[in-house]
Write a protein that binds this ligand. Structure first.
Ligand code: ZN
Length: 333
């Protein structure tokens, strides 16, 4: 999450220029469409301010003490003001606490950086409490306010910040970036259309869709074991968007079933599904599971050949559903 996004390169360079010329404002308000990475830019810029040996164009080195502390989310000169976990607003106590820690000198002799995100989640009292700090930040403090809805901010806050409007990426840029983040099969254009061209929002939508697909497939996998589903129909459903992911997931489940039988619950890939996988694992013969694992590997290899993916998945699901099973869940140790 620390990379500089391609569509922020120009803005980032301008910020670095201002910084080199000693013209960097004490308070910046980063605005722009939701889901385009405004907060990520704030993070990269904060890191570059805290980095001890920034590379060309101000890119943080990633290796110095400052960068290491940042990566561990424990840099004492970085302050993040955001709603507490159980709340949707930033409260006055949080602002007071911030002001208190800003009154102390910087721990590493460099800048102190504050990220307020989303800035429009400050309630009125919190906003008022921050005004003085925005106007005259103590020492070498830089405040980065992030908001997709700057009109929700009080004018008193807005007028004390330099406005930095961040762009929506160009369609080609968004498409290229998103495609590199996703599995081959996912439809980049549809996802971008659904999220009004906002690539980070699109990636999140893709993750959620992926999660739902895996959950559904794990249910099918259990129904097959219980003899309650037809392997041919399930195979047709599974390969519909693409076949590599279902086969990879099957590999993970079977590998975990073997682990559960042999060594217990350590080192599982699918921790969230361990109970279901353990139940399934106890019903079948371990040797058969190893055999299935080999077949799945072979299936994965075949996906890059001319073999019809549905045939591959069908074969694997038939093998899985026809495996001899004991009814007892405890008989096999
Ligand atoms: Zn560094």
């Amino acid at each position: 999450m620390n990379e500089l996004l391609p569509w922020h390169q120009d803005v980032f360079s301008r910020l670095q220029q201002q910084r080199e010329q000693g013209r960097l404002p004490h308070a910046l308000l980063l605005t722009g469409p939701a889901g385009t990475g405004k907060q990520q830019l704030a993070g990269v810029f904060a890191r570059s301010l805290l980095c001890e040996q920034p590379q060309a164009r101000g890119i943080p080195c990633g290796q110095c003490h400052g960068c290491t502390l940042y990566a561990a989310a424990s840099h004492p000169d970085l302050h993040i003001l955001e709603p507490a976990e159980d709340s949707r607003v930033i409260k006055i106590d949080q602002v007071r606490e911030l002001i208190e820690s800003l009154s102390m000198s910087s721990h590493y002799g460099r800048a102190k950086v504050v990220i307020v995100a989303p800035a429009d989640s400050m309630n009125v009292a919190a906003s008022n409490a921050l005004l003085k700090t925005l106007e005259e930040p103590p020492g070498d403090t830089v405040l980065l306010l992030v908001s997709a809805r700057p009109s929700f901010l009080p004018a008193t806050i807005r007028s004390r910040c330099q406005l930095l409007r961040l762009p929506l990426p160009g369609m080609d840029q968004a498409r290229t970036w998103l495609a590199a983040q996703l599995a081959d099969s996912q439809d980049v254009d549809i996802l971008l259309a659904l999220t009004a061209g906002a690539p980070l929002a699109a990636r999140q939508a893709a993750d959620e869709a992926q999660l739902a697909r895996r959950t559904q497939m794990l249910n099918d996998w259990q129904s097959l074991a219980a003899g309650q589903a037809d392997p041919v129909q399930i195979a047709a459903k599974w390969v519909k968007p693409e076949a590599v992911l279902p086969i990879s997931w099957m590999y993970g489940w079977v590998a975990d079933m073997i682990r559960l039988r042999k060594e217990g619950a350590q080192h599982l890939l699918n921790r969230d599904a361990s109970a279901a996988l353990l139940t399934l694992a106890r019903q079948v013969d371990l040797v058969k599971l190893y055999d299935l694992l080999d077949r799945i590997l072979e299936g994965l290899r075949l996906t890059s050949s001319q073999v019809n993916p549905q045939t591959i998945v069908e074969g694997l699901l038939l093998y899985w559903s026809n495996m001899p099973r004991s009814n007892s869940t405890t008989s096999i140790s």
